[in-house]
Write a protein that binds this ligand. Structure first.
Ligand code: FES
Length: 126
């Protein structure tokens, strides 16, 4: 049975590092900002990818996000404005963590399995 917790410990592995106790019910962007972590952001609703960070350990719930494709998720990316921790986590944050976030679509196009699930399968097929 999964452990339930009100708080989780978030370790920032880059940008000077740090460990912070955060509310499990709130987006990581909000709680880390309250701890003084300087993070990039744009829309704050999971649509623009600006706040993407690389999750190197742990797990989050980011079901609300619409910005990331499956390749980016497989490379560990989470969008902090909607991601809520479901365990202790280690993150690399900011543009320093974006080395695998963007790919040239002409040189390295997405394969069907790397698309978002809702657009990877034509309507009527499942
Ligand atoms: S700020 Fe736009 S996806 Fe997080």
């Amino acid at each position: 049975m999964a452990q339930l917790s009100d708080t989780w410990t978030i370790t920032i592995a880059n940008q000077g590092s740090g460990r912070f106790s955060v509310d499990a019910q709130r987006p990581l962007l909000d709680t880390l900002e309250e701890h003084g972590v300087d993070l990039p952001y744009g829309c704050r609703y999971g649509g623009c990818i600006t706040c993407a960070a690389k999750l190197t350990a742990g797990a989050v719930d980011q079901a609300e996000q619409v910005a990331l494709n499956n390749r980016q998720i497989a490379n560990g990316y989470v969008v902090l404005c909607v991601a809520r921790p479901t365990s202790d986590c280690t993150l690399e944050v900011g543009v320093d963590s974006h080395d695998k976030l963007y790919r040239n679509p002409f040189l390295d196009p997405l394969e069907p399995h790397e698309l978002k699930p809702d657009i990877a399968t034509p309507i009527g097929e499942s």
